[in-house]
Design a protein around this ligand. Structure first.
Ligand SMILES: NC(=O)c1ccc[n+]([C@@H]2O[C@H](COP(=O)([O-])OP(=O)(O)OC[C@H]3O[C@@H](n4cnc5c(N)ncnc54)[C@H](OP(=O)(O)O)[C@@H]3O)[C@@H](O)[C@H]2O)c1
Length: 285
């Protein structure tokens, strides 16, 4: 059986992920792109990069080939819309035929739509759920059996702090991340003793293209000082790959906020609510 958690932990050499076969969704930008580069720098490969933008994936593939200065790692740029069940099934089947198995599945692809529920269409809310939640479910299902049969593998789901706080203006997005966390927690318990693991990485705001979505036009976060770099979240994803924990919140001290929210909801919810409403009620420029 492949490396046990304890043996792997603290193992900091540069080739930590040598030969690991990794699938990353949402690899064309932001956190996913950074994670692909970081895994490659730690010796990973073959690596399968998933997103809808073929040109961005090919650019990343080229960058990786230049950075690694070798063809050591096989890099697959696979165009796939993860919200489409048939496309994910095709991608998964082809990758399993080609490589036999995968070691790590990073479910990272996702997007948000800002707006009050009363102003959003059902279709907008469904679209967020279809990518952020069902896309993760499709990818998990397509690789899980193979992981279970090998008693080896790790699924890492990139959720958000929005999996623990309902943010005004982000109902559909929060629902998709709460759903991701709930699904992952259930699966975490089901996987006990199987050799397969699942870990959720939940960051606060990150400086990526996420907020370039038109719906954020007048609601760009004004707390730039508190926003994380994609590299910080990527580091947490790499750490998650050697962790037996269910959820890693980034930065770690924000876990205290989640604990307070669950323990003293009557004290925390009004404060959090007022904070989020301020953003929602910002007048258009
Ligand atoms: N930025 C933040 O503040 C923040 C905070 C907490 C959690 N997160 C989560 O982190 C993850 C990554 O977001 P990011 O911040 O890196 O945003 P980003 O820069 O906008 O990247 C999102 C990635 O997801 C891909 N994607 C979106 N829809 C897809 C689909 N249907 N099929 C396949 N790929 C799709 C995009 O590629 P294509 O457009 O080429 O398909 C892109 O590669 C998301 O799940 C997000 O919810 C972000």
């Amino acid at each position: 059986m492949r490396g046990k958690g304890k043996e792997d932990e603290g193992h900091t050499n540069k080739r930590k992920f040598e030969g690991k076969i990794i699938v990353i969704t949402g690899a064309s930008a932001g956190i996913g792109r950074q994670a692909a580069l970081d895994f490659i720098n730690k010796g990973a490969g073959p690596i399968i990069l998933i997103a809808r933008s073929e040109s961005k994936l090919l650019e990343l593939k080229k960058t990786i080939q230049v950075v690694t200065k070798s063809k050591d790692a096989e890099i697959v740029a696979y165009t796939c819309d993860i919200s489409k069940k048939e496309d994910v099934l095709r991608m998964g089947t082809q990758m399993l035929e080609r490589f036999g198995y995968i070691d790590l599945l990073i479910n990272n692809a996702g997007f948000g739509e800002f707006g009050k529920v009363e102003n959003q269409s059902i279709e907008q809310i469904e679209a967020v759920m279809r990518t952020n939640y069902f896309g993760m479910v499709y990818c998990t299902k397509v690789f899980l059996h193979s992981m279970l049969s090998r008693h080896s593998g790790h699924i890492i789901n990139v959720a958000s702090l929005a999996a623990s706080f309902g943010v005004a203006g982000m109902a559909g997005y929060c629902a998709s991340k709460y759903a991701m966390l709930g699904f992952s927690e259930s699966l975490y318990h089901e996987l006990y003793g199987t050799g397969v693991r699942i870990t959720v990485v939940s960051p606060i705001g990150v400086k990526t293209n996420f907020f370039n979505n038109q719906s954020f036009e007048n609601h760009q976060p004004n707390y730039t000082g508190f926003m994380l770099e994609a590299s910080t979240v990527s580091k947490a994803i790499l750490a998650a790959a050697n962790s037996s924990r269910l959820e890693i919140i980034v930065p770690f001290y924000i876990r205290a906020g989640v604990w307070f929210k669950h323990t003293l909801p009557y004290a925390i919810n009004p404060v959090a609510g007022a904070l989020f409403r301020r953003q929602l009620n910002k007048a258009p420029k």
